[in-house]
Write a protein that binds this ligand. Structure first.
Ligand code: HEM
Length: 369
C-alpha cells in the first residue's frame, strides 16, 4: 500500500479535535498537515534539517547529551547501587536534542519544570490526536453536548502548549538581542536568514520536530534497554560488546567515534531490531487518499482515511519468520554469531534485505529516522 500508491496517499485527513481545537493557534505539525505548497515547504525544511548530510553538525550535541545521560545515571543511581527510572533520562536526551536544534536551548536537570511540562502536555496531546480516540471527530452531534470534556481538555492543553512555545521563542528573541543566540532553526528565521517560510510555518516546523522526537526515542530506547536486560538480552549485550571491541580495539575510541561512524554491525542490528520490535507509532500517521486506490481487489475511494498497521507488518511471521514476536537483533545480520562462542566477535554486516516499517515507507518515510 505504502510503496505502490505513494502519491495517492500523500494527503492527511483533518480531524475536528486535533486540527480544529488543539492546533488552532500554532498550526498543524508537518505529519498532520494536508498536502499543499506550505506543507511541501515545511517538509523540505524539516527534511533538510534532519537529513544525513546535516548529522555532522549535530555531533557535539549528541556527544553532550550522551555524556549527560551516563553522568547523571551514574550519579543518581550511586553507580548502579540505587534503582532509577531510566526513561526520564532518555526523555531529557530526546527533548534536549530537538530543543537545541529548534531553539538553541537545553535543560540540564532531568526534572526541570519546563521540560516536564513539555513532556506532560505533549503526551496528553498525543492521546487526543489518536485517530480512534475521539468519536466526536466522526459523529458531529457529539461536539455540541454540554460539558464536553474532550473540548475542555483540548483547549487547556493548547493553552499550556502555547505558553511554553511562546516562552521558548521569546528566549530566542532575547538571546538575539543580547547576541548570545546559538545557531538554530528559529534564530535563523527570526533573523530572516531563510525568507521562504512564514512565522506560522516556522512554529509548525519546531512543533513537529519537538513532538516528533520526545515520545518516539524514549519509547524505543526504553523498550530496547528492557529487552537487553533480560537473560537472553544479556547474551546480546556481550556479543555487541565483543563486536565493539573488534571494530575499536581501544574501547575509548568507541566512546569518541562510534556515534559518528555507525561502524559496528552488531550495534546497527540492535538499533534496527529495537525499532522493529517495539513499533512506537503502531498505526503510523493517518493519511487520506487523493484519488481512488485499488488495493488487493478492493476499491478505496478518494478522500478516505487510511491507517497503516506498522505494528502488524513488523511482526508478520511470513516476513520475519516464526520468531517475529521475539527481540532478536541477529535477524539483521547476514551470518549469525550465535553459532560461535558468545565472546567471539561478529564479523557479519547488517542486512538491509528485510526492512521494517517503524519509520513508514517510501514518500511517507519519517525524516527523523
Ligand atoms: C525512534 C524514533 C522515531 C520513529 C520510530 C519515528 C517514526 C515516525 C513515523 C512513523 C512518521 C510518520 C511517517 C508517515 O507516516 O508519514 C514520522 C514522521 C515524522 N517524524 Fe519521526 N520518528 C522518530 C524520530 C523522530 C525524531 C527524533 C524527529 C525529530 C527530530 C522526528 C520528526 C518527524 C517529523 C517532522 C515527521 C513528519 C514528517 C512528514 O510528515 O513529512 N521523528 N516519524
Amino acid at each position: 500500500m505504502l510503496l505502490g500508491h505513494q502519491s495517492a496517499l500523500i494527503d492527511r485527513p483533518t480531524l475536528y479535535t486535533f486540527h480544529g481545537i488543539i492546533s488552532s493557534t500554532q498550526g498543524f505539525t508537518i505529519g498532520s498537515s494536508p498536502w499543499d505548497t506550505s506543507c511541501k515547504n515545511k517538509r523540505t525544511a524539516a527534511g533538510s534539517a534532519l537529513g544525513r548530510s546535516k548529522l555532522k553538525d549535530y555531533f557535539d550535541m549528541f556527544d553532550l547529551e550522551s555524556y549527560c545521560i551516563i553522568r547523571d545515571l551514574a550519579r543518581d543511581s550511586h553507580n548502579g547501587e540505587k534503582e532509577v527510572e531510566v526513561r526520564k533520562y532518555i526523555q531529557r536526551y530526546a527533548l534536549n536534542t530537538t530543543l537545541t536544534l529548534c531553539y538553541g536551548i537545553r535543560m540540564d536537570s532531568v526534572y526541570d519544570s519546563m521540560l516536564r511540562e513539555i513532556l506532560e502536555v505533549g503526551s496528553a496531546i498525543s492521546l487526543l490526536r489518536s485517530a480512534s480516540e475521539n468519536f466526536q471527530d466522526y459523529i458531529p452531534l457529539l461536539r455540541y453536548f454540554p460539558n464536553n470534556s474532550k473540548n475542555r481538555r483540548s483547549k487547556e492543553l493548547r493553552d499550556r502548549r502555547d505558553a511554553y512555545l511562546n516562552s521558548l521563542l521569546n528566549q530566542v528573541r532575547e538571546m538575539i538581542k543580547k547576541g548570545t543566540d546559538k545557531p538554530c532553526i528559529s534564530a535563523a528565521i527570526l533573523k530572516d536568514e531563510e525568507t521562504k517560510l512564514s512565522g506560522v510555518e516556522v512554529s509548525s516546523i519546531c512543533l513537529s520536530l519537538v513532538s516528533g522526537g520526545f515520545e518516539t526515542i524514549p519509547g524505543t530506547l526504553t523498550s530496547c534497554l528492557g529487552s537487553l536486560s533480560t537473560a537472553e538480552g544479556q547474551v546480546f549485550q556481550e556479543r555487541a560488546y565483543a563486536d565493539i571491541k573488534r571494530v575499536y580495539p581501544d574501547v575509548r575510541d568507541a566512546w569518541r567515534n562510534s556515534f559518528q561512524g555507525e561502524e559496528v554491525p552488531y550495534l546497527n542490528a540492535v538499533v534496527k531490531e529495537a525499532a522493529r520490535y517495539y513499533t512506537v507509532s503502531a498505526m503510523s500517521l493517518p493519511r487520506k487518499t487523493v484519488s481512488e486506490v485499488v488495493w488487493d481487489g478492493a476499491r478505496i475511494p478518494a478522500k478516505t482515511m487510511v491507517l497503516i498497521n506498522a505494528q502488524a507488518a513488523n511482526h508478520d511471521v511470513d516476513h520475519f519468520g516464526p520468531d517475529a514476536a521475539t527481540f532478536n537483533p541477529e535477524r539483521w545480520l547476514s551470518s549469525s554469531p550465535s553459532s560461535s562462542s558468545s565472546s567471539s566477535p561478529s564479523k557479519s554486516s547488517p542486512s538491509s534485505s528485510i526492512p521494517h516499517f517503524s519509520f513508514g515507507a517510501a514518500r511517507a518515510l519519517a525524516p527523523g529516522k
